[in-house]
Design a protein around this ligand. Sequence first.
Ligand code: FEO
Length: 395
Amino acid sequence: MNTTLKEGINWVGYIDWTVRDFHGYKTESGSTYNAYLVQDEKTAVIDAVKAPYVDKYLERIKALVPLDKISYVVCNHAEPDHSGGLPGIMAACSQAELVCNAKCKTALEKHYNTTGWKWHIVADGDSISLGKRTLVFIDTPMVHWPESMFTYLPEEKLLFSMDAFGQHYASAFRFDDEEPLDVILQEAKTYYANIVMLYGRPIAQTMERAAELQIEMIAPSHGVIWRSHIKEVFEAYQKWVVCKPEPKVVVLYGSMWGATEEMARTILEGAQECDVEARLYDVDSTHMTRIVTDILDCAAVAVGSSTLNNTILPSVAGVMCYIRGLRPTQKKGFAFGSYGWSKAGGANEVGRMMEEMKIEIIQEPIRAQYKSTPEQLKVCRDAGRELGRIAESYK
Ligand code: FEO
């Protein structure tokens, strides 16, 4: 495995082949926790790994340099998938200073026993000389947490971008040109949609700053390192930060006895009368990780729920809660669903949630008692066709 980014700069992270849950994100492709060693007149480690893997991380570092030669351990982000190994490395590296910004120090002190750590607090734009190379620190608040920052090596045109541009993707390869581009871009999209979609504005601001840097390589904290397809991932991020609508319709639903499913399938058929991509998801058979990835760039969405106990199905509510938290923008749509005797009903609750999510509602919820009549199915088909027309306008 080639772990060399540049001469004297190596990947020293951990490949987590089997992780399948990342606080609710279904990581079908595993993940990596990337950390990097920069050897110069002084030596620095950029980031750590999840706590259970600290021994493997220290082994990788020790294979390259004695631990007492490490001068700096940089923490770009306090989330435990990257900081969990810090107590281990700070205990093992007697000479090392922990380099981070003030907000990060506060977060680390709340997460760990930091007694005895030597701190080197940096502010936006500060730098540390390692000899021939310089570490420059760039605050990137809310990409992904308030304390997040990038570390940049101007002499190497190398950006350590922490979560930004990452992918939950386990691979024996470390670089973007060693994996199929469509696969890693899809993984980057899934990562963006599920982890940082709600921070589109700060990410856009961060990208404006990053665009001012000379960059030959982007080394994120998860997944492959970008060296051949920086342009492609930058262009993709420029679309994702604004949830740019593509000509795509998403219909998702939960159904008890098939009536809401019949409505969903009819809505989809209406959308398919237009020349657009159309996707149908049953929330009971598709994980929300995948659904929200399609929501990121769809133009139009219909959400359906049967009525249970006078309200929305818990399975639909869970997915809607997840989507609401991630705050997709620029979507139009409507709610639908069946009911029995309840005047409230799942469809109305879905519609209320869609309004809260600032989805532009194009019509009142479509409701059918017990089972749709042919007339009600025609309403579903017509509404689906309207979603298709909306999506088609983005071609
Ligand atoms: Fe990969 Fe926000 O931590």
